[in-house]
Design a protein around this ligand. Structure first.
Ligand code: BGC
Length: 375
């Protein structure tokens, strides 16, 4: 439904330099280096969230193994830096751009420039909207992420009815924030409509609580109120403000929809510090080490594991096909408001105290020592 996205927020572009370079990969190009230059450019949103460092690591290993010259650059929260990064990669001769946009709509200008230069554009994890310059999209099933979060709250709710439900969302400039919220709302809404849950922190969500399917604009109203901007500090201060404003009926045993791990930890800390909260169930996403530690210690209830090695591998496979002159394999499409973008989608896994060893340690994704250290 809301895979289709309209332009939402205009971002104020500030002048920025080419910040956050991670350095070039020294691998030889497939042609043995005859052509020179960089073949594949990767642009990721920020170094400040562990999630994107995981992706960087996967890319550097995979592209080097594939024998491509590549470079990973970070936008550090700025669409202007993102554009400068893309321009610099174009200048270094890339044929394929793999980009996880800072802002879904502002990134349009950057990928338009890439397209004009003959570069094939792959959106990575986050869809860029409102432009025909996107060739492919490699993504997790983001609606399923939200559904898994909502379903976890339902399956682990305290007994009775009138249970306070606190809603939080990602950045309104990220199309995924809408997909996550859509999935969660889909499963949570019936429990709000029948009074099992009472929304504690969003008048916009309360006004819409009888609607199972929200339009993009309706969702934008709620997200506008409960957004964390994907920022831990925003998440923490918003949670503190909500708790200060909440009366006794919104305290006790509560449920919290937190959109990802970083915000979940920040929100969980705020709820832990409130003496009138007896218990909370809080969701997350990304299986960050710090959150697996929180889950181990009983401070975060769940996370949604998105295997970045699969996503990076799918993107590298696409790049291989493109550079080899063939059509990449895709299994679905996403409408970005301008075109139907052929996409490759990956499933996600719920991780809890009960299964994290199996899913993350026994599989070799993390070591128990890394989890114990939480970083
Ligand atoms: C990603 C999440 C991530 C969030 C904040 C989303 O687009 O899908 O994995 O936690 O951005 O960076």
């Amino acid at each position: 439904m809301k895979k289709l996205v309209s332009l939402f927020l205009a971002l104020t572009l500030s002048v920025a330099t080419l910040a956050g370079c991670s350095g070039a990969n020294n691998a030889k190009p497939a042609d043995g280096g005859k052509s020179g230059g960089t073949q594949v450019g990767i642009v990721l949103p920020t170094k400040d969230e562990p999630r994107w460092l995981q992706d960087q690591k996967q890319f550097e290993n995979l592209l080097s193994d594939a024998g491509f010259t590549s470079e990973v650059l970070f936008s550090q929260g700025s669409s202007a830096t993102e554009k400068t990064n893309v321009e610099s990669l174009i200048a270094s001769g890339i044929k394929v751009l793999i980009i996880c946009a800072q802002d879904a709509s502002a990134a349009g200008a950057a990928v338009d420039a890439a397209k004009e230069a003959g570069v094939t554009v792959i959106c990575y994890d986050r869809l860029i909207t409102g432009t025909a310059s996107v060739d492919y999209y490699v993504t997790f099933d983001s609606v399923a992420v939200g559904r898994a979060q909502g379903q976890y709250l339902i399956d682990n709710k305290p007994a009775g009815s009138g249970i306070p439900l606190y809603l939080y969302a990602g950045a309104a400039t990220d199309n995924n924030a809408f997909l996550f919220f859509q999935g969660a709302w889909e499963v949570l809404q019936p429990y709000v409509a029948d009074g099992t849950f009472v929304i504690a922190n969003s008048s916009e969500a309360v006004a819409l609580q009888d609607k199972k399917e929200l339009s993009y604009d309706e969702e934008a109203k709620i997200i506008g109120q409960v957004t964390t901007d994907w920022d831990f500090n925003v998440a923490k201060s918003k949670a503190e403000a909500h708790l200060t404003a909440a009366d006794a009926s919104a305290k006790g045993d509560v449920l919290i929809l937190a959109p990802n791990d970083g915000t979940a930890r920040a929100i969980a800390d705020a709820f832990t510090a409130d003496a009138d909260i007896s218990s909370y169930v809080v969701t997350g996403q990304d299986a960050e080490l710090a959150s697996i530690k929180y889950i181990q210690d009983g401070k975060q209830s769940m996370t949604v594991f998105k295997n970045t090695s699969t996503l990076a591998a799918d993107s590298v496979e696409m790049a291989k096909s493109i550079l080899g002159g063939s059509k990449p394999a895709t299994d679905t499409t996403y409408n970005n408001g301008s075109v139907e973008v052929p996409a490759k989608q990956t499933d996600v896994t719920v991780v809890t105290q009960g299964n994290y060893k199996d899913v993350l340690v026994n599989s070799g994704y993390y070591t128990q020592d890394q989890i114990d250290a939480g970083e």
